[in-house]
Design a protein around this ligand. Structure first.
Ligand code: CP3
Length: 323
């Protein structure tokens, strides 16, 4: 969950010399270096590729910029015709430097796991239609309601390219892939089935067909009661949970042999060290009967103190050795 980021001085040092965020994602040496920074500092078990989910709209011909203090900005589109999209391979060529980053990381990863990733198709569509981060999500909600055909056309393209994109990441050396469906929580009922379940199902099936050994992590953030439907319908090795999951879910996941990932609230890391320790232990206890990958429930916030992250890691490691 944003292991590399603004809370790390060594990241900020590289970032201050590289004002174009996307260019940084497409610079294999620097992107590999940034991916390894949190590993050197904290000796984490998993390396996550430094890149962004918005490289897919970029590959499809949309303009994508990361503006200072404003997050991402994309030019507005209302149908697939507004994209400069001709074919899959041409689009993937535009972002092929990312595969080189993965090859570098693969060569340097020692025994660590290497996570490749993409955005969930609906989440990517959300940014494509909203043109950036939105509080109300009014455009995407209206779009899937009133322009369902156009929405499905774009989702289909995003799903197809995401599958090929993940396959190439696996070929280059990723042994886990995570699908960040960060805005799954916006949808209910038929819309959730159509725009969240179906595309994620397709991605999982194709990846499983392509590679039996790659582990698939799904993160349908904010899914609340729909987490269960998601776990029933979509093949996942690991399900990443935020705070909204229903109480009975861990038991169901245990029975199904799905590993839990999560779910310390990143807000907690802004508080004092004792509170951080208490909340970390709470997470460990909650999932002690599950196969569990300890993680945050969302990205690390820029103001997070390094000492609090060290605290979390120490508590988790101590807990591990005491069992
Ligand atoms: O953990 C890692 O560092 C891996 C790389 C990674 C980034 N983004 C780098 C990044 C990953 C896995 C992502 C995923 C991502 N990107 C998601 C899904 C997860 C989530 O947060 O819900 C989404 C929605 C995005 C889109 C995105 N990228 C936004 C909305 C922003 C701005 C957010 C903000 O806090 O301002 C980004 C920028 C971004 N991507 C940063 C990093 C390290 C911020 C750093 C910077 O500006 O230098």
């Amino acid at each position: 969950m944003r292991q590399a980021g603004r809370y790390l001085p060594e990241y900020m040092k590289i970032r201050s010399k590289n004002s174009d965020f996307l260019k940084l994602c497409f610079n294999p040496d620097l992107a590999a270096e940034i991916s390894l920074q949190p590993i050197r500092r904290f000796d984490l078990d998993f390396i996550i590729l430094f890149s962004d989910i918005l490289v897919i709209p970029y590959a499809l011909g949309q303009e994508v910029k990361f503006l200072k203090n404003h997050g991402p900005h994309l030019n507005s589109i209302t149908s697939k015709k507004d994209l400069n999209y001709t074919n899959l391979n041409k689009s993937l060529d535009k972002i092929s430097n990312i595969f080189e980053t993965i090859r570098i990381l693969h060569a340097k990863k020692n025994k660590k796991n290497l996570i490749g990733f993409c955005g969930g198709p609906f989440t990517v569509l959300n940014y494509m239609i909203e043109g950036g981060t939105s509080k109300t999500h009014s455009k995407i909600k209206a779009f899937i309601k009133n322009k369902r055909e156009q929405a499905n056309d774009i989702i289909k393209i995003v799903t197809e390219i995401s599958i090929e994109y993940l396959k190439k990441q696996i070929e280059s050396g990723a042994n886990y892939v995570q699908i960040f469906e960060s805005w799954a929580g916006l949808l209910e009922r038929e819309e959730y089935i159509e725009f969240i379940i179906k595309p994620n199902q397709q991605i999982s099936e194709k990846i499983r067909e392509f590679s039996k050994h790659t582990k698939i992590i799904h993160f349908p953030r904010g899914s609340r009661k729909n987490y269960k439907i998601f776990a029933e319908e979509v093949q996942c090795d690991v399900l990443s949970l935020d705070q909204t999951y229903p109480k009975e879910l861990p038991r169901y996941l245990r029975e199904k042999g799905i590993t839990v990932q999560g779910n310390l609230d990143p807000q907690e890391l802004l508080k004092d060290a004792d509170r951080v320790e208490e909340k970390t232990k709470e997470v460990l206890e909650k999932f002690k009967s599950n196969n569990h990958i300890f993680n945050l429930s969302h990205g690390i916030l820029p103001k997070t103190k390094i000492s609090n992250i060290e605290k979390v890691i120490k508590v988790v490691r101590d807990y591990e050795t005491s069992r």
